[in-house]
Design a protein around this ligand. Structure first.
Ligand code: ADP
Ligand code: MG
Length: 273
């Protein structure tokens, strides 16, 4: 009889599949060998492979939630040039992207600024980081969401549709000021805002600050009521900077223009020393 206890591992892949432990299924052999080699106590081996499974689950969950969030691709915090938006500090954005302080209290974030000022980019980047930090986010153009909710209302399913959106810690409504009340019945947007009030967060971007919002909602009373709810617990950031694209174009011109436009530089004055 050998001194070692023989273990029948032939059934293990089957058992792990049955238990839905794919990471352990993939890694147990390698980890077991290491554990034997290094003489780990059994408890250490068990907790190590359990941690691996948990980490893998978290990674897959984030992957699923990123797909579900429908964020525009390539808009990341790393790719955002904070120097262009002096009123928006990297530290403030980092705090927002960590989530806890505002999402857990259903607070809102409102971003205003002219076209090209980077609202969509920073909203998407914050959304992406929040998903990576374990939050659920849905990014949508406001007009698309309004349309979806209107369809739901026609099917007498508005309540259910709004309730389904509760699973998102954050709704990013991009370009709210593109919604026009005459194009469609926008009281669905008001319903959404009312239902999420003080419970679930929204990040709203708009070219126009509140003064123009009476073009969005069906009547002035509803506009005031909507703004009131949004602003009550919110951060407002006004990104009053020129268009990033335009500035990039201007910089390109500025770099290439002098070659033809300005006379050749004077020959350097000889330093007598
Ligand atoms: P807005 O939504 O305010 O109209 P966008 O976020 O769509 O502006 O920005 C326009 C383009 O410029 C996008 O391609 C965006 O990625 C880029 N952009 C805007 N601001 C910045 C910035 N501060 N750093 C890097 N890219 C930026
Ligand atoms: Mg935009």
């Amino acid at each position: 009889m050998s001194g070692r206890l023989e273990v029948d591992t032939a059934r293990l892949p089957l058992l792990l599949t049955e238990l839905r432990l794919p990471a352990i299924g993939r890694l147990w052999a390698e980890m077991a060998e290491r554990s034997d080699r290094e003489g780990w106590p059994a408890a250490r081996f068990l907790s190590t492979i359990a941690e691996l499974e948990i980490a893998e689950r978290a990674r897959r969950r984030v992957e699923r939630h990123l797909i579900d969030a429908r964020l525009p691709p390539d808009k990341t915090l790393d790719g955002f040039d904070f120097a262009h938006v002096p009123m928006l500090s990297r530290a403030r954005v980092a705090a927002l992207a960590s989530g806890d302080a505002w999402l857990n209290r259903g607070k809102n974030l409102l971003l205003f600024g002219p076209p090209g000022s980077g609202k969509t980019h920073i909203a998407a980047a914050i959304g992406r980081t929040l998903v990576e930090n374990g939050y659920r986010v849905l990014f949508t153009r406001t007009t698309d969401l309004v349309q979806r909710l209107q369809t739901a209302r026609q099917d007498l399913a508005l309540e259910a549709a709004i309730t389904r959106l509760d699973r998102y810690d954050l709704l990013v409504l991009d370009d709210l000021s593109y919604v026009r009340k005459d194009q469609a019945e926008t009281s669905v947007l008001f319903e959404l805002i009312s239902r999420r009030y003080e419970r679930r967060s929204m990040l709203i971007t708009a070219n126009q600050p509140f003064g123009e919002w009476n073009k969005v909602f069906p009547d002035p009373a509803m506009t005031i009521a909507a703004i009131d709810r949004l602003v009550h617990h919110s951060d407002v950031i006004e990104m009053n900077v020129e268009s990033y694209r335009q500035r990039a174009a201007t910089n390109r011109k500025a770099r290439s223009a002098p070659k033809q436009a300005t006379p050749p530089p004077e020959p350097p004055i000889k330093d007598p020393t």
